[in-house]
Design a protein around this ligand. Sequence first.
Ligand SMILES: Cc1ncc(COP(=O)(O)O)c(C=O)c1O
Length: 372
Amino acid sequence: MRTGIPLVDLRAQYETIRGEIGEVLGEVLDAADFIMGERVAELESVFAAFCSARYGIGVSSATCGLHLVLHALGIGLDDEVIVPSHTFIATAESVCHCGAKPVFVDVCRDTMTIDPEAVRRAVTPRTRAIIPVHLYGRCADVAGIRPIAEEFGLDIVEDAAQAHGAFCDAGRAGTMGTAAVFSFYPGKNLGAFGDAGMITVNDPSLYQRMHMLGNHGRTSKYSHEQIGFNYRIDALQAAVVSVKLRHLNDWNEQRLERARRYNTAFSTAGCVTPTAMPGHVFHLYVLRVSERDKLLRTLRANDIGAGIHYPIPCHRQPCFSDRPMPGLPVTEALVSEIISLPLYPEMTDEQQDRVIECTLHHCASHDPLPVQ
Ligand SMILES: Cc1ncc(COP(=O)(O)O)c(C=O)c1O
């Protein structure tokens, strides 16, 4: 009997590092040092170095990390922060947690990341920051956003939740703005065994401030300079992520190879494939096809775990229904075309061939996606 193909196979990944993980978890348990401590400090410095950033701050999730960065930058009531609508809700949530307003803008059709022209049009006297999201593992056009940020004195906060190790002409993910935030959610390219994340930053005073605020606003054990948060990463998660970080470059390379293999197979199928260039770490392989929902049903009927990232753009979420609906034509069009196919480093040729076969069969039986 053929077994199913998941979107991401966390058990297969665990099998490849079981020994290393067991050892490091045993060490943390033996030391009984679960909060802050050596493991956390080690991951912070190794991950920052991996990104070529000066400092890392472990956090309990990327959602908390984004909130911490915006809060530390003093973003609050009546401020506006420009975000793409085509992203996971956490990007916008973090802005709302500061009492500020997320201003949703469109993405570029080819990259599916924030459109610099749309950013420029959205700037108002209340704008304080821009959050480019390196969606699916591909860097957003930070080179296009930088001149706008400089002209209007805005901070760039990278949402690098899906982009560990990604890079582009403008630099490495984690170093292109005022600060950046990565997620270690289990299914990410670099995932913990629970919720966790990391901020990277170069500015020493912003680092100090975020470090203090994320740990109850502490300056020493019982002295709390400001009202802060408990946004700390824990030592067990830090230990797991440290082990996995050693493998990340290889895993990202394997993802890129799988993406290229998909692209070759789909090159004449009448769908739109993502450009597989170095620096794109393929957190997700997202294809654009006609009759997407039918393909999704076919794949699922064949026990293939496809997904949609994301089926409802942020500006259409019920939680934002009290606001005027912005016109975001590219985002609106993309949501009915995108499909995420299984992609993970441990995937076999045989598994990928089954996904390819099903997808090609769908494409052959439907009109090609109109070229736009
Ligand atoms: C683009 C993006 N931003 C933020 C987040 C939030 O990450 P976390 O689950 O670590 O809070 C995610 C996680 O899915 C994400 O994909």
